[in-house]
Design a protein around this ligand. Structure first.
Ligand SMILES: [Ca+2]
Length: 103
């Protein structure tokens, strides 16, 4: 970010404009780590996927931002894997993933 500025002396003379530049480095992106949880056949399994994920200092994870298909544009909060089941991101459960029956 840049902003021009001037300065005066005690005689009231004004300098030519100069530029003040501030470079801000954004914090590193959050880190999502792999998760695994065992479950019974045809029974839902709740995976607290965010428990081992981390945000950079000064930032927080946004549970409602889970995207179950990062290879496509937009945010997918539900994703069906044919022959396997359906995953649903549940932000109110701290980002838990709830695979559907059939897994
Ligand atoms: Ca995780």
């Amino acid at each position: 970010m840049q902003i021009p500025y001037t300065i005066q002396d005690n005689l009231g003379q004004t300098s030519a404009p100069s530029t003040l530049t501030v470079n801000v480095t954004p914090p590193p992106a959050p880190v999502a780590r792999d998760d695994a949880k065992a479950g019974d056949f045809n029974q839902p399994v709740v995976v607290p996927a965010l428990l081992n994920d981390t945000a950079s200092p000064g930032t927080t994870l946004v549970p409602g931002s889970i995207d179950l298909d990062p290879s496509t544009p937009g945010q997918e909060t539900t994703r069906t894997i044919p022959g396997k089941g359906t995953f649903t991101a549940a932000a109110r459960r701290h980002g838990a993933l709830r695979p559907g029956a059939g897994l």
